[in-house]
Ligand binder design. Sequence first.
Ligand SMILES: Cc1cc2nc3c(=O)[nH]c(=O)nc-3n(C[C@H](O)[C@H](O)[C@H](O)COP(=O)(O)O)c2cc1C
Length: 402
Amino acid sequence: MTNQHVLNQPLVLQNGVVINNRLCKAAMGEDLAKKGKITPQLIQLYEAWGKSGAGLLITGNVMVNKNAMGGKGAMCIEDESDIQALKKMANAAQKNGAQLWMQINHPGRQATTSINKETYAPSVVPLKPKAVFGIPKELTHNEILEIITRFGKTALVAKKAGFKGVQIHGAHGYLISQFLSGLTNKRIDEWGGSFKKRTRFVLEVYREIRKNVGKEYPVSIKINSADFQRGGFTEEESIKVIKLLSKEGIDLIEVSGGNYEKASMVGQELKESTKKREAYFSDFIIKARQATETTLMLTGGFRSVQAMADSLRENELDIIGMGRPFARNPIVAEELIEGKIASYPIPKIKTGVKMIDKKGFLDITWHTHQIKRIGNGKQPNLKVSGWFILRKMIKESIFSRK
Ligand SMILES: Cc1cc2nc3c(=O)[nH]c(=O)nc-3n(C[C@H](O)[C@H](O)[C@H](O)COP(=O)(O)O)c2cc1C
């Protein structure tokens, strides 16, 4: 079988659901919603990605509470009020055979005070700079239960709107990650303390979603291989969580890493040994494979058909996740599968100022700019400089202050 054939094999999930091939557009926040609502730009974007050639598309993280927004332009689904637009979005993405899954998230302390009156987290452990993120309030037991209910509600709306699956955002330092990590979860009640208690929140979120969407509907999670911070979520803990969720019956586990403090998800501050391989968390995925029979996806760094096909042939994983290539080239999956390109390298976005370039936000904002262009019916403009994006960010942050 050629490398392209390997990528083009259908993937059958344990529940019998079939994904057309082994490429997934991983979740990328679109910044195109208005007050949380679906816009024509979002529909246009997903129509474009529906033709990308990827068998699976995962939305950018969708909020469960308009008072806890991860970004100003993030989608927020609290009820069925926006279901008609959601249906259009799901249809636009899926009419050519791809599946669209909704990623569901609560930002916890990774939420700015410029767009949120207050922020909430498992414990009062502020994220720096405090001027941007404020000091989070510790969630009460009842508030935790309310958030769990919200995850379930949003998932049910996704199902009713025709999305073919959902993904829990359990990675990148957001609320679920905050509960899992001993650095951010200092609670001594039933939601924290021991490792087992730190895992309760993610398990309850999964169970609530499953209860609402039923046994046959694909439910996935994106989880960190580790936070790469001393005292934080470790690889060993991640493997244990993977085992727990597999036992519960989760359908697909996507592996990533990092958070706002260490943006390993986009390849920043990785160990030298990790950088030698194309995919960032490739050592970890092998350990995960030994720990579970659940379908596995790895996201971060994959660029060449060769590396993707090798990982699939070696049975290290079942499906390849890619983010940034889809922001630069909305038909990248088709070009890879059809052999038009052998690889899609991503150059580093730079300003030349080390302090800025080593952080992940510039890279993420540069790619968000391209995603917004696609949503507005334009082609990505790969000539846009890091400086242009930085200036834009500064301007927007000044105007968004209360
Ligand atoms: C602009 C942008 C937005 C992102 N938004 C999300 C998100 O909403 N949810 C998520 O799980 N990951 C998000 N990510 C991370 C990607 O899903 C992916 O893990 C990361 O880009 C590494 O994959 P890549 O090397 O193929 O880009 C985002 C990345 C970028 C560049």
